[in-house]
Design a protein around this ligand. Structure first.
Ligand code: PNS
Length: 162
């Protein structure tokens, strides 16, 4: 059974992430989409909120498991018997950071392969932080995120105004 890990902050999950997840599902028997707990970023959504949103969005995906992890990604991948890490690569600007992580993860765990997948071109410019900013400023992000996330972003924007 070929198992892949799709790690990230997913703050929040976007249609770009889903595009990558769907591509990964075609290559692997199981894909574990997992939120890194020890990220240095201060998230807009709590871990529980992010987990709940992802769970709702991928509910119909049979091959997908949703999880969180602490510590090193390579250790988590080993515990899950995964042979690959999936990452999305949108543009050259992603490359340096992704290359550094992929090479470091390979140093830390030789058998673990990082697989880069390119999302549909319409998601080239899309990332979670832009979505958060537009939503915070009451812009329309309905084309960029699943409905569950859209509702959650609107709720956050309302509660921030209070
Ligand atoms: O969505 P992001 O924030 O770009 O994801 C980055 C993530 C979570 C994949 C990366 O920070 C990570 O793997 N964190 C876990 C800790 C770890 O293993 N760090 C060493 C990476 S070389």
């Amino acid at each position: 059974m070929k198992i892949a890990i799709y790690p990230g902050s997913f703050d929040p999950i976007t249609n770009g992430h889903l595009d990558i997840l769907e591509r990964a599902m075609k290559l692997f028997d199981k894909v574990i989409i997992t939120i890194a707990r020890n990220s240095t970023k201060v998230p807009m959504f709590t871990e529980t909120e992010r987990l709940e949103m992802i769970r709702k969005v991928v509910r119909s995906y049979k091959k997908v498991e949703v999880d969180c992890f602490d510590g090193l990604l390579v250790d988590y991948a080993r515990r899950k018997n995964a042979t690959a890490i999936v990452r999305g690569l949108r543009a050259i600007s992603d490359f340096e950071y992704e290359l550094q992580m992929a090479l470091m993860n390979r140093k830390l765990s030789d058998g673990l392969v990082t697989v880069f997948l390119m999302p549909n071109e319409k998601y080239t410019y899309l990332n979670s932080s832009i979505v958060r900013e537009i939503a915070r400023l009451n812009g329309d992000v309905s084309r960029f995120v699943p409905v569950v996330v859209l509702k959650a972003l609107k709720k956050k924007a309302r509660s921030a105004k209070r």
